[in-house]
Design a protein around this ligand. Structure first.
Ligand code: NI
Length: 183
């Protein structure tokens, strides 16, 4: 396994549509290596999700792992999951407000409204079809990561840019804000 460089805002790879992955391509050693490298890279960066375009591979692959975090003890956990060719269906019009950050957007957090409950279909890393229904924090993380596959970052989803904050100021002024936090 190897750490990969994380593409940062301004890199065009973050702004293009990612390609779907065929079963044959998914089984190929280089794709399995990519997935292993993404897991290592996400963990090294203390992230909870990472999409392939963030390591400069424009393919529809994302990984999510929400471990117990002492800073956010009420946040639910989600074991390591590899999602290939994910498709989201919104299950409600209800939305929740969350503070988001991103490994490709250093030093900033902003408030975004996301759909509270979704279904997501995807292939796992072995090519098996999977289907999950998610709500609240995991649903938000899945929407954030799936946005990376269509060239979007959380800044594009902010309806009001006035909440955009540098991390130190966010911790100073907004740490107690009841909205969920994801990064
Ligand atoms: Ni991100």
């Amino acid at each position: 396994m190897a750490l990969r460089e994380i593409a940062k805002l301004g890199n065009p790879v973050l702004r293009r549509m990612a390609e779907p992955v065929s079963l044959e391509e998914l089984a190929a050693p280089e794709t399995q290596q990519l997935i292993d490298d993404m897991i290592e890279t996400m963990r090294a960066a203390a992230g909870i999700g990472l999409a392939a375009p963030q390591v400069s591979v424009p393919k529809q692959i994302q990984i999510i792992e929400i471990a117990a975090n002492p800073r956010y003890p009420s946040a639910p956990t989600w074991p390591l999951t590899v999602l290939v060719n994910p498709e989201i269906t919104f299950l409600t019009d209800e939305r929740i407000e969350v503070w988001e950050g991103c490994l490709s957007v250093d030093g900033l957090r902003g408030k975004v409204r996301r759909t509270r409950r979704i279904a997501i279909r995807f292939l796992d890393r072995h090519g098996q079809e999977q289907h999950l229904e998610l709500e609240d924090f995991p649903a938000v993380v899945a929407q954030h990561e799936t946005d990376h596959l269509v060239g979007k970052v959380f800044l594009d989803r902010m309806e009001d840019m006035s909440s955009l904050a540098q991390i130190a100021e966010w911790e100073r002024y907004w740490l107690a804000d009841p909205a969920l936090v994801t990064e």
